[in-house]
Design a protein around this ligand. Structure first.
Ligand code: SAM
Ligand code: DTB
Ligand code: SF4
Length: 326
């Protein structure tokens, strides 16, 4: 399949985002149906393999040591424990297993354990994903050779708003890691967080940056900020849910072949809001009652929601694409 990449302008993206909601939703759903089965949603499961004590200052994060957060710093967990958890996730229906670490970047001494995790999880028939912070040229090759399918590294917000949120690494650092990951042949998962006090234009520009990368990310997680106690964003005013839905719809239109993931924050969303997000083109979620450290809906309530909406889990992403044979 050849991916034709459109270069989007800010004017066209703004026009799309600001049109009447019903027109935006109709357009997003039309694009969605041209590329995906609208009644299938991919399910990923997260595990925090190294929690807390992070040196970065991301102002939304419970795991940053700089935020005065009380979350204790743990060591990288044992490979065996990761494999046991992954087996349970697979048996519960997840098709992708995502392992996250509270690091600025992995150290050379961690790489053997990380590659063993990838190999072991992959051997269970799960797609593998990791999110470990920045990667260098050697590390992307080590992870690729172990069989890593996806690497998650979010740009988080627009280039303009970025320095309001994080000061210890730059927007360009993030883009550099994404380029390294893609050039090594690992699929890119990159998105951001909404509701951090940013403006409409920041949400639009964040999506434009992603859509206009040399290749759009395969997977685009859109997180709703989950305010964490003791962090600088603990008391930020919540985002209007309709703005969140508009952003999902714009992501779907700008990146028609990407999986748009309704990520953190679902535990605070009504069934109706989640249904609107699926209609707007979201087709992937994290399942399991914990994300990395924060709450996620219980498995039972997700399955009840899927049943109400007539949504079925996506078995393997490639089978779900209407255009897979192109
Ligand atoms: N330390 C690595 C990094 O930052 O690249 C990987 C883990 S980090 C927790 C993964 C992503 O989770 C962040 O980039 C951010 O987009 C999202 N995230 C973290 N805390 C969040 C929160 N409180 N609410 C919503 N999303 C959050
Ligand atoms: C992403 O964009 N969202 C996930 C995943 N990538 C790693 C993480 C959400 C974290 C929410 C806060 C927490 O659990 O600590
Ligand atoms: Fe560290 Fe990642 Fe949290 Fe930033 S988002 S403080 S890099 S764990």
């Amino acid at each position: 399949m050849t991916q034709t990449q459109t270069t989007w302008t800010r004017e066209s993206a703004e026009r799309l985002y600001n049109q009447p909601l019903m027109d935006l939703l109709f357009e997003a759903q039309t694009v969605h149906r041209a590329h995906f089965d609208p009644n299938r949603v991919q399910m990923s499961r997260l595990l925090s393999i190294k929690t807390g004590g992070c040196v970065e200052d991301c102002s939304y994060c419970s795991q940053s040591a700089r935020n005065g957060s009380k979350l204790p710093a743990a060591k990288l967990i044992e490979v065996e424990r990761v494999l046991n958890e992954a087996r349970k996730a697979r048996d519960a229906g997840a098709t992708r297993y995502c392992m996250g670490a509270a690091w600025r970047e992995p150290k050379a001494r961690d790489m053997d354990a990380l590659t063993a995790m990838v190999e072991g999880v992959k051997a269970m028939g799960l797609e593998t994903c990791m999110t470990l912070g920045m990667l260098d040229d050697t590390q992307v090759v080590q992870l690729r050779d172990a069989g890593l399918d996806y690497y998650n590294h979010n740009i988080d917000t627009s280039e303009r708003y970025y320095s309001e949120v994080i000061t210890t690494r730059t927007f360009t650092d993030r883009i550099d890691t994404l380029n390294r990951v893609r050039d090594a042949g690992i699929k890119v998962c990159s998105g951001g967080i909404l509701g951090m006090g940013e403006k409409d234009i920041d949400r639009i520009d964040m999506l434009l940056t992603l859509a206009n990368l040399p290749v759009a990310p395969d997977s685009v997680p859109i997180n709703m900020l989950m305010p964490q106690a003791d962090t600088p964003l603990a008391d930020v005013a919540p985002l209007d849910p309709i703005e969140f839905v508009r952003t999902i719809a714009l992501a779907r239109i700008l990146m028609p072949r990407s999986h748009v993931r309704l990520s953190a924050g679902r535990s605070e969303m009504s069934d109706e809001m989640q249904a609107m997000c699926f209609f707007a083109g979201a087709n992937s979620i994290f399942v399991g009652d914990t994300l990395l450290t924060a709450d996620n809906p219980e498995e039972d309530s997700d399955m009840a929601l899927f049943a109400k909406l007539g949504i079925r889990p996506m078995e393997a992403e490639t089978q779900a694409r209407v255009d897979a044979a192109e």
